[in-house]
Ligand binder design. Structure first.
Ligand SMILES: [Ca+2]
Ligand SMILES: [Ca+2]
Length: 420
């Protein structure tokens, strides 16, 4: 039986590009001497997904052309394949104290779906042993001429892409929200325009058009779609609306019915409430992130507020999620911005700070199956372990235009790790 050894070694250096090197050695058919074939091609050109290979990933020095990758086609294992693992010893430069070698070893591996690496991005960290294997679906608006939804593999290669239609590309802010549906379609929000469902062939299969939508939409288990409106919302607006597949409004929630009183009534920052997230809980209640109130409210089916969550801790929070353990995880603004987990008593039980101003603002935090957290900032999507080690980091390479308020409508917005 063939045995496949996969060695992944990764060094990340600040500003480094990424080189992918596939290597294999096996006895030459006649001489027994190792043979190595190398071809050079840009990252992202067709890569062989069917051949079995030993893969090593090495970030290269900053002066290396990051388009260049050395890819060595791997012969099928010989009758007596070499089984001893080879270890790549990372180079550590004195000038790059951040260098962080990781040498995970995996003995069996389902082939990764390969794609095209966009040189505008950089895969800064990939710890094969600690990251949750899968793909990452994200909204990408680092090039405002080409806002898109992309799915990348763990190497950061794009394996699926949907460009927002040209006539709609101005509707990306605030909140180009994306969500993978159970039918493998993708639901996304174009703020100020509508919510769309597309299939993997990039055909729009459902939509609901309204100018009063922003930030977040969810497909519910009954087939309805729930969305928020918080971009310059008025007291007369519904902050949350649920529509059925036929586009009829079946439920709505008006903050004015409960919060037309101080200190809430006078709130104002890009709208009255700037409500930016909603989710339907298993008990039928609805969790609503009223950003300008710095809290999340749980409302019952008649819209009555039954619980206030995060008061005193939340600061312009984004995308709160109720975890399986009853805690809440959310992206929190403030200085520094953080991903924060609080328990049902309202105490912080975990947090991860993002102090790099180029990553402002932080707008998504998702808990993954192994306890890691996927955090989406404007210029990076980072996966961090429970003990706060960054185990995967996918970044926009050129952050020069990410300055202050201009960053809010640029770059990444939300991301989901998809695990089969
Ligand atoms: Ca959503
Ligand atoms: Ca989320």
């Amino acid at each position: 039986m063939k045995k496949l050894l996969l060695i992944i070694s990764l060094i990340f250096l600040t500003g480094a590009g990424c080189e992918i090197k596939q290597q294999a050695e096996q006895p030459a058919q006649e001489t027994g001497a190792p043979i190595t074939n190398e071809i050079t091609q840009p990252v992202g050109e067709a890569t062989n997904t069917s051949e079995e290979a030993n893969i090593s990933i090495t970030n290269v020095e900053t002066n290396v052309n990051t388009n260049a990758a050395v890819i060595t086609p791997t012969p099928k294992p010989a009758a007596t394949p070499q089984t001893a693992p080879t270890t790549t010893t990372p180079e550590t430069k004195a000038t790059a104290p951040e260098a962080k070698p990781v040498v995970p070893e995996i003995t069996e591996e389902k082939p990764m779906t390969r794609g095209t690496f966009d040189p505008d991005f950089v895969l800064e960290v990939y710890d094969k042993n600690k990251a949750v294997d899968g793909t990452t679906l994200l909204a990408d608006n680092h090039n405002t001429d080409k806002p898109r939804i992309i799915e990348v593999n763990m190497l950061g290669e794009i394996i699926w892409e949907y460009d927002i239609p040209q006539d709609l590309k101005k509707y990306t802010n605030p909140g180009l929200d994306i969500e993978l549906l159970s039918n493998n379609n993708i639901l996304f929000v174009l703020p100020g325009n509508g919510v769309y469902e597309i299939n993997r062939n990039k055909a729009i299969v459902w939509s609901y058009k309204t100018t009063k939508i922003s930030h977040d939409a969810d497909r519910l288990s009954n087939g309805n779609t729930l969305f928020v409106f918080g971009n310059n919302d008025l007291m007369s607006d519904a902050q949350v609306t649920e529509v059925n597949p036929q586009g009829q409004i079946v439920w709505s929630w008006y903050a004015k019915d409960y919060f037309n009183k101080e200190p809430y009534a006078s709130a104002k920052d890009q709208g009255w409430t700037h409500t930016n997230a909603v989710s339907r809980l298993s008990n039928g209640d609805t969790l609503i992130s009223t950003r300008n109130f710095n809290m999340v409210v749980e409302v019952n089916q008649t819209g009555e507020v039954v619980k206030i969550i995060g008061e005193g801790i939340m600061v312009e929070q984004h995308d709160p999620v109720l975890l399986a353990n009853g805690n809440f995880l959310f992206a929190n603004h403030g200085t520094p911005e953080k991903a924060v987990e609080i328990n049902s008593a309202g105490n912080i039980v975990w947090e991860f700070a993002i102090s790099d101003s180029k990553q402002w603002p932080v707008r998504d935090a998702n808990r993954l199956a192994n306890g890691n957290t996927l955090i989406t900032t404007t210029t990076k999507i980072v996966e961090v372990s429970k003990d706060k080690e960054i185990v995967w980091s996918f970044a926009i390479k050129d952050t020069s235009k990410f300055i202050g308020q201009a960053s809010a409508g640029l770059g990444f917005y939300k991301a989901e790790r998809i695990v089969e």
